[in-house]
Design a protein. Sequence first.
Length: 317
Amino acid sequence: MAVGTYLDSGKSVYLHGENHLRQVAETFDSPAQALVSFERFHGDTMRPGPAPMTDTERAAAKAPTSLGTPTAEPEPPAPGPEIVPAYAAYAGDHDTILDAHGDWEKSRTWSHDTTHAIHESQTLRIEQVHEAHPHETAWTVAAYETPVSDRMWHLTATGATPAPVLQTLLHHLAEGDRWDTAVGAAVDEKSVTAATKPLTDAGWKHTVDGRWIRSTSPAEEAGVQFDAFTAQKPNSTLATWTVWAGPSLNHPTWTLTASPHTPSSLLADLAENVAHGTGTARPTPLRTSTARASAPRHQPPLQQRPGIRLPAPADRR
């Protein structure tokens, strides 16, 4: 299996088979969509670089095109996508990440700038703001014990959150028996230890600074922070958990925040992903052609849309 993009048309394709049986299984409008779909099925064995040549292709490359004509030297393969830690990966197209999960009933607002998704269990809800600013809330997840009960926990993620992190989040939510938790369950030392164990096992630096318990990557490019003070105040508007990556915690590239009763199993999955997961770096833009050199240098900025809070059911906190 292989995934790639044709330079002439810009179309991305998913290929499978060998020799004369090789065929296109699926096409995509962008490399990001192709990579997200391909990684979903082949993430464990996925590697960058060109697809190996088939026997027929190797034979054709060696054969002269005509009598007396020297064989042309094959062009060097285009460089594959750069593989980076999951926390530094490209955000990609967030819309395709949610669309890939069919166990959510999705609907867009009248303005088409926000999608609301309800899990088939009726106890999980997602609000996704399309084209959100990288530092503003793009995802809000809320969980309820029953379809008509109070909210148990919620989390948010900004617009620059990498695709691998969001994929881990949605895959975990799809397994309903793993995110359930009792309303009012206390956040104790055991749950904090369970949530951060993948970071400890990966050798991340662990520090305690008053109310803050922090785990930071060896390169100090990412981290997880736990606020022991807000953990004891369920109605606080401050985040109990903060997952971040970027220059520093105070100036992150992206953040994911969670409320006190967010399941430790979900937090542990996210910690495992940022500690050991990988993804692809932002694609290098193609060199501008001479035909497009006359385009204006300064385009009017897109209007930033403010984040829209997920509407809570009646009588829910």
